[in-house]
Design a protein around this ligand. Structure first.
Ligand SMILES: Cc1ncc(COP(=O)(O)O)c(C=O)c1O
Length: 482
């Protein structure tokens, strides 16, 4: 069935639509893929062809595509009651209810919710919050133990420019955290950052938790120690007094589902405590069920001071994100005349909040989070069949959040060159998978991976279909690259 429209969609798309992160020149000769309908885990394009969406949109349509009627009714009722009001100096029932609901689902004393429109804005807001927190709180940050003058070089230079300010952030290599200038500055992907340099000062990046290319003899404990030592040295080099934020995902998406080694998060939390730095968990993907818990912070006992979330909050039926802060972070903002000097017109939009509330209601009713936990092992075991292929080096992830790393040589773990990646991912895999009716992501922001992250309602039938299609396409890819 094709969609009802009065215009030639293909022609109009080519003439007027500017797609995100898209080489638009490619569509002079090719057709623009136009998705017109969704149901369960499946999509349908303008030609009536069906696809299994093994990416849940962009890691975000957690309840799948079949709840439009029910969610739409909630949106309609809200439209009738109050189509818009702001969170600037005012509250309204849906924002209050959603804030309460999110606070009750978030672990520990993450009790205060600031709404925005998406993930980038959430990350942007978290950094601004951390910067302002240390000013509003006042007092001097904990002084680190005496250090060699040369390790304080950056701190001394920065201190001369912004005396007394705590404004720097630390994130991880290859991590994606959004596209607005602040969030982009936190990204650890040079190719995304370079076109827009100079960015917001100052961010340093430390190693992520990719263990696949670490020395074979290194134990998990040694790996954790290496990561924590590096983080501590970075904090010291930047000057602990000048660093306000450590911002990391519970499981890093870009680069391919890097899960934390044992003891990692406890160590990161410990360093943030020692040097008085706020720890922010970027849960734009991991919150609301993707890793089998409402929050990844709960799964890994991260105890963050701030959580950024978006996508799954509404299963992306609405454009809404949230920054969630602990009572400790909120405290100085409750005093006298202090205020978080930040706001966005649409943040906490009543219709978006009504949709997010309905999404959470559906997730509870349908036992979505439990479903992920009950099925994650089966999902893993099904995907693990692909490890028999010569081109599949590693399978990593958790919950409904997996990546397959593609390698040139399985024994040496040698990866493909840039030119080979281009040929493999963009020249072959993206089109081949799409032609075969599977939407998943071929990504080389780090080493080449296939990212698999279906709606959280998927079950064994979808797992089998994903593996069936991937098996055929990856076998062909291995032949092509030989
Ligand atoms: C971890 C993480 N943070 C932030 C963002 C940015 O979110 P948005 O695209 O909604 O601005 C993303 C988007 O994929 C993300 O994965």
């Amino acid at each position: 069935m094709t969609t009802t429209t009065s215009i030639d969609l293909q022609k109009a798309a080519k003439e007027h639509l500017w797609m995100h992160f898209t080489r638009m020149g490619g569509y002079e000769t090719e057709d623009v893929p136009i998705i017109v309908r969704g149901e369960g885990c499946y999509l349908e394009d303008a030609n009536g062809k069906r696809y299994l969406d093994a990416l849940a949109g962009l890691f975000c349509v957690n309840i799948g595509y079949s709840f439009g009627e029910e969610v739409g009714q909630a949106a309609l009722e809200q439209m009738r009651e109050l189509p818009f009001y702001t969170n600037w100096s005012y509250a309204h029932p849906r924002a209050i209810e959603l804030a309460s609901e999110v606070a009750s689902l978030a672990p520990g004393d993450l009790n205060r919710v600031f709404f925005c429109n998406g993930g980038s804005e959430a990350v942007e807001s978290a950094w601004k919050l951390a910067r302002e927190y240390y000013q509003v709180r006042g007092g001097t940050k904990v002084q680190a133990s005496p250090r060699e003058p040369e390790t304080r070089h950056d701190e001394l230079v920065a201190g001369a420019r912004t005396p007394g300010r705590s404004y720097k952030a630390i994130a991880r290599h290859i991590a994606y955290h959004g596209t607005t200038l602040g969030a982009l500055s936190i990204n650890g992907i040079p190719a995304l950052r370079n076109p827009f340099e100079p960015l917001v000062p100052e961010v340093r990046h430390v190693s992520n938790t990719n263990r696949y290319h670490r020395p074979a003899e290194e134990t998990e404990e040694e790996f954790t120690r290496f990561l924590l030592d590096e983080l501590e040295q970075t904090i010291l080099a930047m000057g602990p007094e000048t660093v306000c934020l450590v911002h990391m995902e519970p499981v890093q998406n870009a680069g391919g589902c890097f899960t934390p080694p044992t003891g990692y998060w406890q160590g990161v939390r410990g360093l943030c405590d020692r040097y008085d730095i706020l720890l922010s968990a970027d849960e734009v993907i991991t919150a609301f069920g993707r890793v089998g818990y409402w929050f990844g912070s709960e799964r890994y006992d991260i105890r963050p001071d701030i959580v950024t979330s978006a996508k799954g909050l509404s299963s992306s039926y609405a454009a809404i994100g949230a920054v969630i802060a602990t009572d400790r972070v909120m405290k100085p903002f409750l005093e006298a005349t202090s205020m978080f000097a930040h706001g966005i017109t649409f943040g906490g939009h009543p219709v978006m909040c009504a949709i997010a509330l309905k999404n959470i209601e559906i997730m509870n009713r349908e036992r979505i989070v439990e479903h992920v936990r009950e099925n994650e092992q089966a999902f893993h075991d099904t995907l693990a069949q692909l490890l028999d292929l010569p081109i599949v080096g590693d399978l990593r992830g958790t919950g409904y959040f997996w990546a397959l790393e593609l390698v040139k040589d399985k024994d040496t773990r040698e990866t493909f060159s840039d030119e080979e990646c281009e040929r493999l991912l963009r020249g072959f895999l993206s089109n081949a998978l799409y032609d075969a009716g599977l939407v998943c992501r071929a990504d080389d922001r780090g080493d080449p991976v296939l990212q698999i992250s279906p709606p959280l309602v998927a079950g064994q039938r979808e797992f089998d279909e994903i593996v069936g299609i991937l098996g055929e396409v990856l076998t062909e890819a291995a032949t092509l690259m030989r």
